[in-house]
Design a protein around this ligand. Structure first.
Ligand SMILES: Nc1ncnc2c1ncn2[C@@H]1O[C@H](COP(=O)(O)OP(=O)(O)OP(=O)(O)O)[C@@H](O)[C@H]1O
Ligand SMILES: [Mg+2]
Length: 353
């Protein structure tokens, strides 16, 4: 087969593929391979085009002994670093003089590597979050067994702290399970009809105690007519509970938290009819640098303060997944010193009006 035919054959393969003959020249390559290693690769010596020692060693060895090898190639597509698994296989009797050639095919592993990295980060984060309360618990147990053995007052105090720390671990595990569940059914559309006014007023009822303790008054602004949509009432309650709880915990110094519900026949964010729930506080607000990352797992804008308040940093990650499941949007706006507004936009069906 001539080199031209070979190119035509390779261009029908969706992966980057190239052929190196026994004289070490690249005799054929498909467009994907040229994009990856350089447009001038055809006819060149492979060593000048492929410059990565592990890959060069593999090619050299395969050309000389005919045994297949697998190695890695690190690229960059202009936007990000990429990782390829390269398979290097011998093809006897091709190229000049019928001597052995090698065929290289590149498999893009970037997404797989990235998923692996995310999993490792997640495990590291969970371990770190659990270690802090566990270390505290172990320390107090030791103290109760030793120095504080006969000290009733100290023991009572330590047991209180131990209970808080254990409760914190319990919350973390609960949040992790919740996150797991909502991630699992993100693709399953909800089917029940939900009245948003009711979900909001029940959220308000369940958080009244927390609000009272923080000196926060709720300002509900709901329309008189019920706002119905297709959704999962428990999950939506979980969304508003976390947003209102955050408004109380982090923005409570502003004294008021507004829960506003509005509907629109044409919601710009959805290009369709939609309901908007705005949770507005008048506390310290959130520095804009934090806004893009706020819904990441374990992300806390003010790490110290949030941990002190018992936050795990998973609340908004759960919120985000639930809103995605409902094909909605989450918007966060904040001006430092003036508070924060979290807006949940959800599609409503016209036929339900
Ligand atoms: N209304 C708000 N005002 C100021 N900062 C906020 C507000 N809401 C959220 N934040 C910041 O965003 C961070 C992430 O919130 P998120 O609800 O995800 O976690 P959390 O409240 O720390 O923990 P969890 O909700 O799991 O108990 C918080 O730690 C806080 O720093
Ligand atoms: Mg929260």
């Amino acid at each position: 087969m001539g080199d031209g035919n070979l190119d035509a054959l390779l261009s029908a393969i969706p992966l980057p593929v190239l052929v190196i003959d026994s004289t070490e020249r690249i005799i054929a390559a498909n467009p994907q391979a040229l994009t990856l290693i350089g447009q001038q690769a055809r006819g060149r010596n492979y060593v000048t085009m492929l410059r990565q020692p592990a890959l060069l060693d593999a090619i050299e060895a395969t050309l000389s002994d005919g045994i297949a090898r697998t190695t890695r190639y690190l690229g960059n597509d202009g936007a990000k670093d990429t990782t390829f698994r390269v398979s290097c296989r011998a093809v006897p009797g091709m190229g000049d003089g019928g001597a052995g050639s090698a065929v290289l095919s590149f498999e893009d592993m970037t997404d797989v590597e990235q998923a692996g990295q995310m999993r490792r980060d997640f495990v590291a984060n969970v371990s770190h979050e659990l270690r802090t309360p566990l270390t505290a618990l172990l320390g107090f147990i030791e103290t109760l067994r030793g120095p504080a053995r006969e000290d009733k007052a100290a023991a009572a105090r330590f047991l209180d702290i131990m209970q808080d720390e254990a409760a914190r671990m319990n919350r973390l595990v609960g949040d992790l399970m919740s996150l797991n569940r909502v991630e699992g059914d993100e693709r399953v559309r909800p089917t029940a009809t939900v009245v948003l006014n009711d979900v909001l007023s029940s959220t308000q009822r369940s958080l009244r105690h927390l609000a009272d303790e923080a000196g926060v008054t709720f300002v509900p602004e709901y329309p008189d007519q019920p706002v119905r949509l297709i959704g999962d009432a428990d999950q939506l309650r979980q969304v508003f509970t976390n947003l209102v709880e955050n408004a109380i915990k982090y923005g409570g110094s502003g004294g008021r938290v507004t829960l506003r519900l509005t509907v629109s026949a044409r919601e710009p964010a959805l290009r369709a009819p939609g309901a908007r729930v705005e949770i507005v506080d008048h506390g310290p607000g959130i520095d804009p640098v934090h806004l893009p990352r706020l819904t990441e797992r374990f992300y806390r804008a003010d790490d110290h303060r949030s941990s002190a308040l018992g936050g795990t940093g998973l609340g908004l990650a759960i919120v985000k997944h639930i809103i995605n499941r409902h094909r909605g949007r989450l918007r966060v706006e904040s001006t430092l010193g003036q508070g924060a507004t979290f807006t949940v936009i959800l599609p409503v069906q016209e036929s339900l009006d």
